[in-house]
Design a protein around this ligand. Structure first.
Ligand code: GAL
Length: 818
């Protein structure tokens, strides 16, 4: 009886669980060679309510798997105190992936980089005695093992590893350690070995990966990260070629431009990877999302982590990227067996064009790549001429018909528009109450909670409980002090965070850095009293460093020295205050009082001040009608923190203008991409709109917006808007079937349609020199108006014959209004 039950149990287990193995060519799931396409979605960068839709759209986009990091600092905010609630519910996220029938890749790290605060390390870890991060250090390894084991056990307990019938097919330990390993010497080598052994000892039943780790010990699979990974080879012939991060764009920093990577180049990189033997690639990010709260790292990473990903920050399809990649995924999947199992041969066609032919007993599939960044080329293969545009890959699933070319985009371009909040009676004008931040005590009297004779690193002094830390000291000056004179300055070496300086209660000045150039020196003239003077420095962090060798030791806050400098004719006298008695106070009064969520505090109703530092503003508003994503436009404000109904929507800083350097030329997808190519938004606020997830809002009744304005600004123009698709354009060659969609709302009109050789781009199409005989607009209107989506055959059958002649490739251009 017992034996029978055991047998049944084992049978049940093997019926649902998947065996994940691999060979030198592919990941093999339940004996089947796989060509896998995956995409990163970081669960805390959206809300649990958004997950089903994001994952559904990922599946529709042709993904097989979702990759996510695990965020240690969020889950273990204080040592051995855990949080997996709400948007941190990792298990619920994995189950949502599973419900959609997708696989999952679990990148535990637990160092994750990710432009996340401190790379995902909790700051308490840095403050543990004797700790040294990411190296063979017992204190660190013990904590890392503790957290990794906790995550593995949680996932196991819910049967979420593929070996247990769950979606998780791969797990990752550490992150890109190979990039920085040399600076840790032999200890670094020992640490990698330890990571591998520790991971193995957790018996997860699916393979472990290590990215950017060319010496990954067996059986760890080393994988590649980058904009291109076609030239990557894994470190052992027995493991498949895998790409854990294909950067779909790039992150944005305060003061930085908006990065864009074209659909054509991204598709090119993917096609090249599979052409040259790849088996798994993951888009980093497929949905970037939002750095809510204080989760943005950097320092100086913006609240938006849109990444120009196939799903935009709010979860809308970023078209044509999403659609162009979906087509690619469909073609690649149709060739899965041939590409992952077939014999490989290659042909050099000259002129930078190379072909790869995969063949099995059942048939052959071909890739033709032109890696020249300027010249289109025509090649001849088995008696047929093929034109391969510059910087493109043509895919021929039967080695005869080109089904896809990475440079030919027939997916629609969607133009997103912002609409004002019609739920408000007077949508343009919110009414505001306000109150000042009451930190005067610290500023005037220099009284803090802790006093030491040293300038402290902000991580040590504040343990990341707040962005804000007051550094206060006093200096007694007599007239005979060598530094005393008419020309004295206060000079402070800052380490990149924002610095506000007060002398004897009066504001002296502020300074901050820009992304990548963090060190600066603040120096301004001051007037001091004879006798006691109080110097108060308020440091505001904009996220802690997340990348680089020993990034965890990057100083934060006031670095020092802090000096009084006396200029006497040609003599300079320096009085170093760094080892004076410094008193520290963490946070702001308003934060302690939780002004962002409580009603009890006194807010003043009339005449709110503008351009006044350290001011709290509060307003109520009605939730915009409908289900479209909501943003708040914070134009007019300086820098600070914002909350909706007590939920932090992140740091805001619309007064930080994006640097120059945008090209006036149209973006050319050809040639190697990097994050300085195809940038936009120069000279405008780095980030003006801030995502307010629908789940933060009450649909009935009032909602509250609270702002803590640090620099001074004017909230008069603040307003809520929704984001929706305004119009959709396609431009596709003959013999394609195109789809137009208003993403859930009906197509209301066709503004332009022409079949022939139309000119221009979306929003500015015009007819060319030849056109089909039938009226293209009325044909498209008939097929599309009133529908949420429609498909059209781009052919003379649909539009009638043209006078274009045989040497013109006929195209259809349509602009539809949603
Ligand atoms: C990689 C890192 C990711 C992310 C990415 C840039 O080096 O592994 O976590 O930081 O760069 O967005």
């Amino acid at each position: 009886m017992l034996l029978a039950a055991l047998l049944l149990f084992t049978l049940a287990l093997s019926a649902t669980s998947s065996k994940v193995t691999y060979d030198g060519r592919a990941i093999i799931i339940d004996g089947k060679h796989k060509l896998l396409v995956s995409g990163s979605i970081h669960y805390p960068r959206s809300t649990a309510e958004m997950w089903p839709d994001l994952i559904k759209k990922s599946k529709e986009g042709g993904l097989d798997a979702i990759e996510t990091y695990v965020f240690w600092d969020s889950h273990e905010p204080a040592r051995r105190e855990y949080d997996f609630s709400g948007n941190l519910d990792l298990i619920r996220f994995l189950k949502t992936v599973q419900d959609e029938g997708l696989y999952a890749v679990l990148r535990i790290g637990p160092y994750v980089c990710a432009e996340w605060n401190y790379g995902g390390f909790p700051v308490w870890l840095h403050n543990m005695p004797g700790v040294q991060m990411r190296t063979a250090n017992d204190v660190f390894m013990n904590e890392m093992k503790n957290f990794t084991t906790l995550i593995v056990n949680m996932v196991k307990q819910e049967n979420l590893f593929a070996s247990q019938g769950g979606p998780v097919i791969l797990a990752q330990i550490e992150n890109e350690y190979g990039n920085v390993m040399s600076s840790y010497g032999d200890e670094g080598k020992a640490y990698v070995e330890w990571c591998a052994n520790m991971a193995q000892s957790l018996h997860i039943g699916v393979p472990w990966i290590m990215c950017q780790q060319s010496d990954a010990p067996e059986p760890m699979i080393n994988t590649c990260n980058g904009w291109y990974c076609d030239q990557f080879t894994p470190n052992r012939p027995t493991i498949p070629k895998m790409w854990t991060e294909n950067w779909t764009g790039w992150f944005k920093s305060w003061g930085g431009k908006d990065p864009h990577r074209t659909a054509e180049d991204l598709a090119f990189a993917v096609a090249r990877f599979y052409q040259l033997g790849g088996t798994f690639q993951n888009y980093y990010m497929y949905h970037g999302g939002t750095n809510f709260g204080r989760t943005a790292g950097g320092p100086y990473i913006t609240t938006s982590y849109d990444y120009d990903a196939p799903l935009d920050e709010y979860g809308n399809l970023n078209q044509p990227k999403w659609g162009h990649l979906k087509e690619l995924h469909d073609v690649l999947h149709s060739m899965e067996d041939t590409v992952t199992r077939g014999n490989i041969s290659s042909v050099d066609f000259g002129n930078s064009v190379s072909g790869t032919i995969y063949s099995t007993e059942k048939g052959s599939s071909c890739f033709f790549a032109n890696t020249d960044s300027k010249n289109d080329t025509t090649i001849n293969f088995q008696g047929i001429d093929y034109k391969v545009p510059a910087w493109s890959v043509s895919i021929l699933p039967d080695c005869e018909n080109v089904v896809y070319n990475t440079a030919k985009v027939s997916a629609q371009t969607s133009v997103m528009v912002k609409k004002t909040n019609v739920a408000e009676d007077e949508p343009a004008a919110l009414s505001w109450s306000w109150r000042p931040e009451t930190n005067d005590k610290s500023i005037l009297f220099g009284r803090g909670d802790v006093t030491v004779n040293q300038i402290l690193d902000q991580k040590d002094a504040a343990n990341d409980l707040s962005d804000y830390l007051f550094y206060m000291t006093s200096v007694n000056l007599k007239e005979d002090d060598p530094v005393w004179g008419n020309n004295m300055t206060l000079r402070i070496a800052g380490s990149g965070q924002i610095l506000h300086v007060f002398v004897n209660g009066e504001f002296l000045g502020s300074q901050w850095a820009k992304y990548g150039v963090f060190d600066y020196v603040f120096e301004q003239q001051i007037k001091l009293n004879k006798g006691k003077n109080i110097i108060t420095l308020l440091s505001a962090t904009v996220g802690f460093a997340n990348y680089g060798s020993n990034f965890d030791l990057t100083q934060a806050g006031v670095r020092g020295p802090v000096e009084l400098v006396g200029y006497h004719d040609d003599e300079i006298v320096i009085k170093d205050l760094s080892s004076h008695k410094w008193s520290y106070k963490v946070g702001l009064e308003g934060l302690y009082q939780e002004l962002f969520s409580s009603d009890s505090s006194k807010w003043q109703q009339d005449n709110y001040p503008t351009n006044q530092m350290f001011t709290w503003y509060k307003s109520s508003f009605k939730a915009p009608l409908g289900t479209d994503p909501v943003v708040v436009d914070l134009i007019g404000l300086g820098k600070g923190l914002a909350w909706v109904n007590g939920n932090s929507i992140g740091r805001y800083w619309p007064s930080f203008i994006a640097e120059d350097g945008c090209s006036l030329d149209p973006c050319d997808y050809r040639g190697s991409y990097d994050n300085n190519k195809c940038v936009t938004n120069c000279g405008k606020p780095t980030q003006r709109w801030y995502h307010v997830p629908r789940s933060f809002l009450n649909n009935e009744g009032e909602n509250t917006l609270v702002l803590f304005e640090e620099f001074g600004g004017d909230p008069a123009s603040v307003n809520f808007q929704t984001i929706a698709i305004g119009s959709a354009c396609v431009s596709a060659e003959e013999n394609k079937k195109i789809e137009l969609s208003c993403q859930g709302r009906p197509i209301s009109a066709i503004k332009f349609a022409s079949f022939g050789n139309p000119l221009g781009t979306c929003g500015s199409f015009s007819s060319g020199t030849c056109e089909a005989s039938n009226d293209a607009i009325s044909i498209v209107e008939k097929a599309c108006v009133g529908q949420e989506s429609c498909t059209i055959d781009v052919s003379e059958d649909t539009f009638g014959s043209t006078t274009c002649g045989d040497d013109v490739i006929k195209t259809l251009a349509v602009e539809a209004i949603c």
